[in-house]
Design a protein around this ligand. Sequence first.
Ligand code: DAH
Length: 344
Amino acid sequence: MEQKLKGLVEELEAKLSQVKNANDLNLLKAEYLGKKSVFNDLMKQLKDIPNEEKPLMGKLINEAKQQIAAKLDDAKMEMDRKLVEEKLKSEAIDVTLPGKSSNVGSKHLLSQVIEEVEDIFVGLGYTVKEGPEVESDKYNFEMLNLPKDHPARDMQDSLYISEETLLRTHTSPVQVRSLLENTNQEPMKIICPGKVYRKDDDDQTHSHQFTQVEGLVVDANATLADLKGTLLFVAQKLFGEERKIRLRPSYFPFTEPSVEVDVSCYKCGGSGCSMCGYTGWIEILGAGMVNNNVLRDAGYDPDKFQGFALGMGIERIAILKYGVDDIRAFYTNDLRFNKQFRGK
Ligand code: DAH
């Protein structure tokens, strides 16, 4: 009997070495420990052996059974351990592998400069407005003191859609729209950024589409001094606190007097360099006191209201601030260009 039991354990060990998966192992377990196992037969045979040998035999059978159970348990544990190990291996992450980089978008330089200008004016209490890019001749020209035969219309080569409709040549029509909308004739301070269009051939310094920001202040006593103070503040915010400005007389039909505004050169500080054409000054925008005809046409009494307006080119500001040497770079979406101004 003892021999037989030993044989059983050895036989199991041999079979265990052949086991390939959990199913094989379960079959083995049923074979050796299940209801129909050899051990049950052995127990049955116990009744045929002499009484005095029974306890020893019973003990030996139980010991063999326990050994087998332990070996099966060990095999199961080993199998589980191997499974986990394989899983870990197959799911292993090599933290030293270079990461996959994805393209992250960012704001276009023009949007950044528009927002910069908006922030400056909003800080001064201005409201940001919008107007349509397809505009009527009436708002784009006529109500800005530019009647049909006015020679100054030639200053802006226009793209007409029909006789009365065109792509706006400047953001100034928003002045008219804002004046008309303000039916209670409350004091107002607005700016309007937006796209404008001219019949121009595109080259390094010209584009048939570009961006302007219009500004308009109307109240009982806005003066040229207020305009000058505003312009100085804006120029210093954009180009540095040490900047000075200078106003030169100019002509725009919708303002009287009209001025062209220069900022002292931020490169040489005003002493003269190639940036400012050795003049110490750089032109940045046009402005003036709102022409009485514009106020009158929009229903405002020029004896009770006055105001100032300004218009600046966003591309020009961006070109000056960031050293862009070709206006077309703003529109061609070359990522090498755009990426340079990430997070500015
Ligand atoms: N609309 C003018 C242009 O496109 C710019 C301008 C000049 C706007 C003077 C103004 C202004 O409001 O007062 O050339």
